[in-house]
Design a protein around this ligand. Structure first.
Ligand SMILES: CC(C)(COP(=O)(O)OP(=O)(O)OC[C@H]1O[C@@H](n2cnc3c(N)ncnc32)[C@H](O)[C@@H]1OP(=O)(O)O)[C@@H](O)C(=O)NCCC(=O)NCCS
Length: 139
């Protein structure tokens, strides 16, 4: 798999391929517009989307960003047709390198407690549970 950073102004085909991948992976939600999320992350200096391609086709992704202190990832996805081949591990390693290159010392991520498979995936990559109360407020 070849991993590359999305262009600051991505072309329509790339945006559509990413949105289709996230749909296949069950990551889209009615209240989020994935194409707007992609353009926002691609344009900003502290965020990007890393795209993994197999034989030229979009097969994996991660949206990665930071607030100057901590990193975060969203839309971590591997096409089910390419699952369990190490592509998830590879795209997360690329996200970690992207953050480390910008001096970000830590990546925080959230997984719904019922999502045992994804928790197992992150644990296999060395992520550990830290007991925190997550507070949020819609703006
Ligand atoms: C989670 C996801 C990204 C994993 O991608 P992947 O390419 O299949 O993962 P890898 O092959 O790199 O797996 C690395 C290790 O993680 C663990 N792992 C991966 N998927 C797992 C699963 N379903 N159950 C248990 N462990 C799993 C294994 O230890 C695996 O190593 P192994 O295959 O040698 O046993 C992929 O399944 C996916 O896109 N899921 C749907 C979208 C999603 O829920 N994303 C997370 C949003 S927070």
């Amino acid at each position: 798999m070849e991993i590359a950073e999305i262009a600051a102004v991505p072309d329509e085909a790339t945006v559509a391929a990413l949105a289709a991948l996230w749909e296949r992976c069950g990551l889209t939600r009615p209240w989020n517009d994935p194409t707007a999320d992609i353009r926002f992350a691609a344009a900003g200096p502290a965020s990007t989307v890393l795209i993994g391609r197999v034989a030229g086709t979009v097969a994996a992704s991660v949206m990665v960003g930071h607030d100057g202190h901590r990193g975060a990832v969203y839309y971590v996805a591997v096409d089910p047709a390419h699952g369990r081949k190490g592509h998830g591990r590879a795209i997360m390693a690329a996200a970690e390198s992207w953050l480390a290159a910008r001096g970000v010392p830590k990546l925080n991520l959230m997984v719904r407690p019922e999502n045992a498979a994804v928790a197992a995936f992150y644990r296999a990559l060395g992520y550990e549970t830290e007991e925190r109360l997550v507070l949020a407020r819609r703006l």
